[in-house]
Design a binder for this molecule. Structure first.
Ligand code: ADP
Length: 195
């Protein structure tokens, strides 16, 4: 998109659209505040989405990045999780969805990202998250810091694994994930439930 020229009487809306395009494509974005929100997102829940919405208000660009964790057997492939996240965040223009393998610090360094966002649900998350944050800071020589957002209380009990367990036994997960995600989860479990 060509830069709008002020003397042609560009509308404020068009100018704002141009600025957003430039921000998201990285042009002129030296001072942009960017962050990465890494996680398994297998699948994304309303708890994750609450963190994504709030972080997207703090940062100019939030990259939600799906970790390709070879040690876990996920319900959804990385490609499926990326697709689900894109759909779930389509109304938040400054959110990008990506994936990565290996160490977060290497990914962050490649993408020139210096802040990782993580969500804290309860004290049980704290010890693990603290250790992870300190390790990332140390291993990146201070280049990667972590910012925590505490969960909205209504989502404090939510985890991807509990959602999967409830769905596996045919329970109602409509309060936990968007409808289209609930359908996809039930699809995955159908063969087990009918077999
Ligand atoms: P991981 O496998 O790395 O823990 P998850 O997909 O489970 O990845 O979670 C990614 C991040 O989102 C973590 O920081 C986790 O604490 C946070 N999170 C997960 N569920 C919730 C929730 N209900 N509310 C707030 N944060 C959450």
């Amino acid at each position: 998109m060509a830069a709008p020229e002020a003397d042609r009487g560009i509308s404020p809306e068009a100018l704002s659209e141009y600025c957003m395009d430039a921000r998201l494509s990285g042009q002129g974005g030296k001072n942009m505040k960017k962050a990465v929100y890494p996680g398994s997102f297998d699948p994304v829940t309303y708890g994750h989405l609450d963190i994504i919405k709030r972080a997207a208000e703090i940062f100019d660009v939030l990259i939600v990045s799906v970790l390709n964790n070879k040690d876990k057997t996920p319900l959804f492939s990385v490609e499926e999780r990326v697709k689900i996240l894109k759909e779930a965040t389509r109304d938040i223009p400054n959110v990008e969805v990506d994936s990565f393998s290996g160490l977060l610090i290497n990914y962050a360094s490649e993408k020139k990202l210096h802040i990782a966002v993580r969500g804290l649900r309860a004290i049980t998350d704290f010890e693990y998250e603290l250790q992870l944050a300190q390790m990332n800071r140390r291993l990146s020589n201070g280049s990667l810091d972590t910012m925590f957002l505490t969960t909205g209380l209504e989502y404090a009990y939510l985890s991807s694994s509990s959602v999967k367990e409830i769905a596996y036994f045919g329970g109602d997960i409509s309060q936990c994930v968007p409808d289209f995600v609930a359908e996809l989860i039930h699809e995955k479990y159908k063969p087990n439930q009918t077999g």
